[in-house]
Design a protein around this ligand. Structure first.
Ligand code: 5GP
Length: 125
């Protein structure tokens, strides 16, 4: 069910549990600012989620409260993961869902990296 992106951060969300190593994930990258792992229900041949290590609900929350170092570190990590996976050619898509209309289901900021086939229209029509 989509979340309310204006709600306070809930540290019981599934990605907080992955960050605390309480539940497993297929990790592909980690640094001081970000963790990247394969989506459990991939929607493309490559479907990687990149999350910041800090407690941020959404891109909106992160861009408002995150430090410059956290934001720079996270944005660089997304690029590093995509390059390391060899996705720059032939290309990939970044997606960050925010709140109910965005279809956000997990209340910890995550950027989807989708790739491996032509991804079609940007949104459902
Ligand atoms: P959202 O709709 O919030 O943008 O996307 C949430 C994503 O998290 C979905 O693509 C879903 O498959 C993925 N997901 C949900 N629970 C888990 C989990 O426990 N492990 C992993 N690896 N991915 C998850």
């Amino acid at each position: 069910m989509p979340i309310d992106a204006t709600a306070p951060y809930d540290d019981q969300n599934v990605f907080a549990k992955i960050l605390r190593r309480e539940i497993p994930a297929a990790t592909v990258y980690e640094d001081d600012y970000a963790l990247a792992f394969n989506d459990i229900t991939p929607q493309a041949p490559a479907h990687i989620l990149v999350i910041p290590k800090g407690p941020y609900v959404s891109w909106d929350d992160f861009s408002a409260r995150g430090s410059d170092a956290e934001i720079a570190g996270f944005v660089r990590a997304v690029g590093t993961v995509a390059r390391a996976a060899g996705l720059v050619a032939p290309g990939y898509r970044l997606l960050a869902n925010i709140g109910a209309h965005g279809g956000q289901e997990v209340a910890h900021l995550h950027v989807h990296i989708l790739a491996g086939r032509p991804l079609g229209p940007m949104v459902a029509r």
